[in-house]
Structure formats: structure tokens, C-alpha cells
Design a protein around this ligand. Sequence first.
Ligand SMILES: NC(=O)C1=CN([C@@H]2O[C@H](COP(=O)(O)OP(=O)(O)OC[C@H]3O[C@@H](n4cnc5c(N)ncnc54)[C@H](OP(=O)(O)O)[C@@H]3O)[C@@H](O)[C@H]2O)C=CC1
Ligand SMILES: O=C(O)C1=N[C@H](C(=O)O)C[C@H](O)C1
Length: 234
Amino acid sequence: MKIALLGYGKMGKTIERIAIDRGHEIVLKISDNIAAYDLSLADVAIDFSIPTAALNNIITCCKNGLPVISGTTGWLKDYEKAVKVCEQEDSALLYASNFSIGVNLFFDLNQKLAKLMQPFKEYAVAIEEIHHTQKLDAPSGTAISLADQIVANSSLTGWKAEQAEKNEIPVYSKRIDEVPGTHTVSYASRVDTIEIKHTAHSREGFALGAVIAAEWIKDKKGVFTMKDVLSGLK
Ligand SMILES: NC(=O)C1=CN([C@@H]2O[C@H](COP(=O)(O)OP(=O)(O)OC[C@H]3O[C@@H](n4cnc5c(N)ncnc54)[C@H](OP(=O)(O)O)[C@@H]3O)[C@@H](O)[C@H]2O)C=CC1
Ligand SMILES: O=C(O)C1=N[C@H](C(=O)O)C[C@H](O)C1
């Protein structure tokens, strides 16, 4: 498979190594405006760039009929625009706030725990995410996905960074040196605390999941999530 890498930073470089190990070829590496590049050599694009570039990169891929895997976070207010263009252009898009298989299992666990905790109003839920100091967005895309899942499975009305209202989930963001990504969901009562936690030891899990998603989407059309990819692996 011929891959265009949109964004050639920490993730782009890790994806390159894993994609080559799996027998793929990197035909393009972009770290600036996509308009100047010829996408016609690629079978699929993988975008791990910056929040302000993600939507434009996705739209350009869709207009070129190039399936695109989107891992960039911090641009989701524009997600519906991306979906609309993808559908209009009869192209293919898969966004995930986190491509790691472990985090996707953690998402299932989070959803189940939220359902289980729903009747027990004495527990207050909170989310904490810790990432490296170069991260541009906060809260992390993964923390937002976790919060959205809890809202969908509880009587809580939303989430807020730090100072949440009574009916909201507080999401705390910490930035520490080289941390690849740690997410904790906790339910605290006066007498005890229940916690679930995912700790990434490196960026390999994110990158492997993105390459697996690219292999999966290559000849498809439509808007997908990691659930679609993982249901095919089970
Ligand atoms: N979904 C997931 O599983 C994961 C998501 N992420 C997300 O992926 C994104 C990238 O992370 P990371 O690799 O750590 O960040 P980096 O800062 O290391 O890399 C971002 C890269 O994008 C480049 N870039 C800047 N403008 C553009 C543009 N217009 N088009 C294409 N590339 C551009 C930057 O170039 P330059 O340095 O020259 O500005 C840089 O090489 C972040 O949003 C992060 O949150 C990260 C890990 C996992
Ligand atoms: O910026 C990162 O590094 C990461 N970003 C993603 C996010 O915002 O959730 C995923 C992962 O935690 C690493």
C-alpha cells in the first residue's frame, strides 16, 4: 500500500517505521500546506498534523478521492463539515481520537463502568489526562471521547475543563515532560474511589492502530470509526 503522511512529526515518523515494517511504502511526507503536493501516487493518507491544518487536509484528500485516516486532535468542532465533504465526494474518512487498540478496549470499559455507576449518585466522576509538554490541545481528544461516553450513559449533562458545574464531568489536563498519554477515569465517594486507567508506554500503539486502520479503509467509501475496524479483527 502506498501511503501519504500528512504531518511528519513525532507520530508521522513512528507511523513511517511501522508502515515500512508491515510492507508498505511512504510515497509522500508533508509538514506544510497540502495544496502544493501531488496526492495521485498514494492509496491512502494518514493525517497526524496540527489542529488548524486537519480539516483542510481531510477536505483535500476527499476531493482527490483519497481515503484518509485522521488522528489529529483539537479540530472536532469541524467534524460535521468533514463528514459532509466526504459524503459529497463519495470518498472515505476515519477519525479516531485514539488509535491504540488498548485505548479502544478502555473505551468499552469506560462505557460499561458508566452504565454500572449510573444508579450510585454518591460517586462523583472525574477524568484526568497527562501528556507531554509539546501537546497543542487540551483536554486531549481521548479525554473528550471518554467524557462524551460517560455523558451518553449517565444523567450528567456535559463536561468542563477543571471547574465543572454540579451536573458536569471535570476534566483535568496535566503536561509533564515526555509522557506519551495517560488517561484516568475515577468515581469517588466519601468512603472509597474506583479508578480505571490507561497508560501508553510509547507512541507505537497509536501508530500501529493508525496503520491497521489505513489497511482496512484502503478500498472503502464512507465515514467510519475504529469500532468498524476492530469489529473486523475480532
Ligand atoms: N489519534 C491518535 O491516536 C493520536 C493523535 N495524536 C494527535 O496527532 C497530532 C500530531 O501529534 P504529534 O506527531 O505528536 O505532533 P508533532 O508536533 O510532533 O507533529 C505535527 C507535524 O505536523 C506538521 N504540520 C504543520 N502544519 C502542517 C500542515 N498544514 N499539514 C501537514 N502537516 C503539518 C508539523 O510540522 P512543523 O513541525 O514544521 O510545524 C509537524 O511535523 C496531534 O493533534 C496529536 O494530538 C497523537 C498521538 C495519537
Ligand atoms: O498529542 C498526543 O500525544 C496524543 N494525543 C491524542 C489525544 O489528544 O487524545 C492521543 C494520545 O493520547 C496522544
